[in-house]
Design a binder for this molecule. Structure first.
Ligand SMILES: Nc1ncnc2c1ncn2[C@@H]1O[C@H](COP(=O)(O)OP(=O)(O)OP(=O)(O)O)[C@@H](O)[C@H]1O
Ligand SMILES: [Mg+2]
Length: 469
């Protein structure tokens, strides 16, 4: 835990009482601290000494907290910065979060425990970042993680994040398109982390109406609403000591966002209808396939909640950006489904591999998983062939997306002829291959061409489309 190591704090405030409270927290945790009352002298001290975290009042006379933060961001050894602000200027505190501050505390402090908790969290993030900076050689394989496939450089980056993140208790935000493996990564972070023996509880926040979501998350007492016939514990209580995975966090309605913020800030929940709050110790991993920052900008998602969740962000790359992972993933799913369906199918034909790698996979790994499952159902022999794939995969493999603008009269004769020939080639070959289930030999026979010439046309077409894009 952060409190067992030796840490250095800098406290800057012109309010003596606040400084005394902060010094008390530092003393209790056996941290070293230096207290200053002005921003000007702080810069000099920061220039000469290294701190793990700095707690600074936003509106100091002379150098403001924001100016200090701005200056610190230009320095190589960054301490975590916590802003102190009066309730009235919370807006500027949010500005500070955007500039890279870790968090803010409103003064007077509600409770010393809350301030203490915030300081610990800042140290934990600082430790994590330090460890990540030390990490030099990226791992070559992901064998240490079960069930996650892919050795592309992009996935190596993800594994590196998982390794560092799972060792901590920090909240994590996983961002990625639908089907990129957000839930899988969340479960790996939990399983390989210190809470692995405690529950991992998943909730999809988009799948239920507001009151139900609130009751699922925080529980309710008997009689608190129609239908609440018994006391029911919420998922946060069920997950106590473990991890809650909040999927589709961007869909959480504002009233529930406020309550989530309370859990994250104070570790407290209050079931619907209950008089008292209960303490819970839960790590939160949230996921979204939306641009959450954009959601905060348009007022759909609370900024303060965003920053609490986004202590560490893990970005999952779309499958099309790591095409080298497609064959191993396809073989992995092939093995899984063949075993499940008691089939001998264990190979993918070259055409299939080619088709899979050329398709853009808008539904990412989940879509690939479904395509392989379907192919195993349809396969009759040892090998999956192109006719076991859905037409959309074959069309995308051999042909480019259709031209959006077909008005050839806009072009000069030569260009128009080239375009028309492309369109003809495309639709002719698409139709032939669809008819033959992707079998190139059969399609070339139908076209009255030999296979290699037919393949040349396919290739030529593909080269042309690449330069057309
Ligand atoms: N790298 C991977 N290796 C093996 N399986 C994977 C990988 N990535 C995803 N999967 C599998 O693909 C499916 C989709 O993954 P998951 O549910 O984690 O995605 P998601 O990002 O949460 O999707 P959604 O946004 O649709 O909820 C799951 O069955 C998961 O096990
Ligand atoms: Mg999911």
């Amino acid at each position: 835990m952060a409190s067992q190591k030796h840490y250095n704090f800098l406290f800057i405030d012109d309010d003596r009482d606040i400084l005394r409270e902060l010094e008390g927290i530092a003393r209790n945790n056996r941290w070293t601290c230096l207290s200053l009352s002005g921003g000007g002298e702080a810069l000099e001290v920061l220039d000469n000494y290294r701190f793990d975290a700095v707690v600074v009042e936003l509106s100091l006379p002379g150098f403001s907290g924001l100016q200090i933060l701005e200056w610190m961001r230009t320095q190589p050894h960054q301490a975590e910065v916590i802003i102190i602000t009066a309730k009235a200027s919370v807006d500027s505190a949010v500005k500070a979060l955007k500039m890279g501050a870790f968090d803010y505390l409103t003064k007077p402090f509600e409770t010393v425990e809350k301030a203490d908790f915030c300081l610990h969290q800042a140290l934990e993030k600082h430790e994590l970042l330090k460890r990540m900076q030390q990490f030099q050689v990226p791992g070559q394989s992901a064998e240490e993680f079960e069930n996650i496939i892919g050795k592309s450089p992009k996935m190596q980056g993800v594994y590196e994040m998982i390794r560092h993140v799972s060792a901590s208790h920090s909240n994590v935000l996983i961002l990625g398109e639908s089907g990129t493996g957000k839930e899988l990564v969340a479960s790996i972070i939990h399983k390989t982390g210190p809470r692995h023996s405690k529950p991992f509880v998943v909730i999809n926040c988009s799948a239920m109406p507001e009151t139900l979501l609130e009751s699922e998350l925080f529980g309710h007492t008997k009689g608190s609403f129609t239908g609440a016939v018994v006391d029911k514990a919420g998922l946060f209580e069920t997950a106590d000591g473990g991890t809650v995975f909040l999927d589709e966090i961007g869909e959480v309605p504002p009233s529930v966002q406020v309550k989530l913020l309370r859990v994250l800030q104070e570790g407290e929940i209050r079931p619907i209808g209950a008089v008292n709050s209960r303490h819970v110790d839960v790590r939160v991993i949230a996921a979204s396939n939306k641009d959450l920052l954009e959601q905060t900008r348009i007022g759909k998602f609370r900024e303060d909640l965003y920053y609490r969740l986004n202590v560490i962000a893990v970005l999952l790359p779309p499958l099309k950006d790591r095409a080298e992972d497609i064959p191993p993933l396809a073989y992995h799913f092939l093995k899984v489904f063949a075993k499940k369906m008691h089939k001998e199918t264990g190979k993918l034909s070259i055409d299939v591999l080619q088709a899979l790698q050329n398709y853009p996979w808008p539904g990412n790994v989940r879509e690939l998983e479904n395509v392989v499952e379907r192919a195993v159902v349809l396969a009759t022999g040892e090998t999956i062939t192109a006719k076991n794939l859905p037409p959309r995969i074959l069309s995308a493999s051999f042909y480019a997306p259709p031209d959006r603008d077909n008005d050839l009269s806009k072009l000069d004769y030569k260009e128009a002829k080239k375009r028309a020939l492309n369109i003809f080639n495309r639709s002719y070959i698409i139709k032939l291959l669809e008819k033959t289930g992707g079998n190139i030999t059969a399609a070339s026979e139908k076209a009255g061409m030999d296979r290699s010439n037919f393949k040349k046309i396919i290739r030529k077409y593909r080269v042309e489309t690449k330069t057309d894009e």
